[in-house]
Write a protein that binds this ligand. Structure first.
Ligand code: ZN
Length: 322
């Protein structure tokens, strides 16, 4: 399997999370793989078409177990496309209005009857949990990631400008630099440096793929450092990390080696805030939270977080050398 399909398989295995996240991930999957069918008389059904069977199963379970719909699932063999098989999921016309309302494509008119307002979902993303879910859904629906052996690149083909803008904004909120270019009339969002791709994997919660990428990257960096050391100009430039940089490094270490989702919610929250605001003081960090936390509250959690990182490091580190 490719690095890309491994990363997707890892994401597909993740639990759904909160209800808000299910709706958000499903919105992204609908934006990238869904479509509407109109049957006359205002009757509409919703269809998703994907090649990845495991992804189809995830969408099916989100709809059924997560949101209480009764989707149907069948397979279509394409004679034209080299016999490729796609999975087609459908939510029928009886249930479509409730689903389309959840996805904010339908809104009630003055009589309370749901009316179609948009042909693609427009999720409202206000929480960090939903930001992760949105990026995960967009990547699963229309993304690909290059093997780290051949450079660092992640792409998401957006079906329209609005999706492109929304996904770029979520990356930006997560501190990740994304850009986009046009490919055959379709905007494609791309991340093109190691740090951005690594951060995106951390945000989407694919610790195994992240570890593989980081290992490749560290090997390269060490090779580079060895070369530089051979040139003897590295000696007095050892960098002093600031306290907040140390916290960021510790959190990244935890993200890579344990996954932030293994942390207690209070610590995970502070870890995410620190990653989003790497330069903020502890006091400012507390203000980013609703309701705000005091400085001593933040610093207590940060101490516990650093202890977790030390323990993870101790479990990981080889015996100290001479
Ligand atoms: Zn959420």
């Amino acid at each position: 399997m490719s690095f890309s399909s491994d990363a997707k398989a890892e994401l597909i295995r993740l639990p759904f999370g909160r209800n808000c996240c299910i709706v958000t991930e499903l919105s992204a999957l609908t934006q990238t793989t869904g479509s509407l069918s109109f049957h006359g008389g205002g009757r509409i059904s919703v269809t998703w078409e994907v090649e990845n069977t495991a992804l189809a199963r995830r969408i099916f379970r989100m709809l059924k177990d997560g949101l209480g719909f009764a989707p149907s699932l069948h397979f279509v063999q394409h004679a034209r496309l080299g016999g490729r098989r796609t999975c087609v999921l459908t939510v029928g016309e009886d249930e479509a209005p409730r689903l389309l309302t959840l996805l904010r494509m339908m809104e009630p008119d003055e009589n309370g009857t749901p009316v179609l307002r948009r042909t693609l979902p427009r999720p409202q993303i206000t929480r960090a949990c939903c930001r992760r879910a949105y990026l995960r859904g967009a990547f699963l629906g229309a993304g690909a990631i290059g093997s780290p052996d051949r450079g660092y690149r992640m792409e998401i083909a957006a079906r329209d400008e609005a999706l492109c803008g929304l996904a770029e904004k979520q990356f930006e909120h997560s501190g990740i630099t994304a850009s986009h270019y046009m490919r055959r009339g379709i905007p494609v969002i791309c991340l093109t440096d190691a740090q951005s791709v690594a951060d995106a994997l951390a945000v989407m919660e694919a610790p195994q793929a992240l570890m593989k990428l980081e290992n490749t990257r560290i090997t390269r960096q060490m090779r580079g450092a060895a070369n530089r050391a051979a040139n003897r100009d590295e000696h007095n430039t050892e960098r002093q990390l600031s306290a907040s940089q140390q916290q960021v490094e510790a959190i990244k270490f935890l993200a890579i080696h344990r996954g932030l989702f293994t942390l207690p919610p209070a610590l995970r929250e502070i870890a995410e805030l620190r990653l989003e605001h790497p330069d903020a003081s502890l006091e400012e960090l507390g203000q980013f939270r609703t309701p705000p936390l005091t400085k001593s509250g933040v610093s207590g959690r940060m101490r516990r977080l650093l202890r977790e990182a030390e323990e993870a490091f101790a479990a990981q580190a080889p015996e100290p050398g001479p």
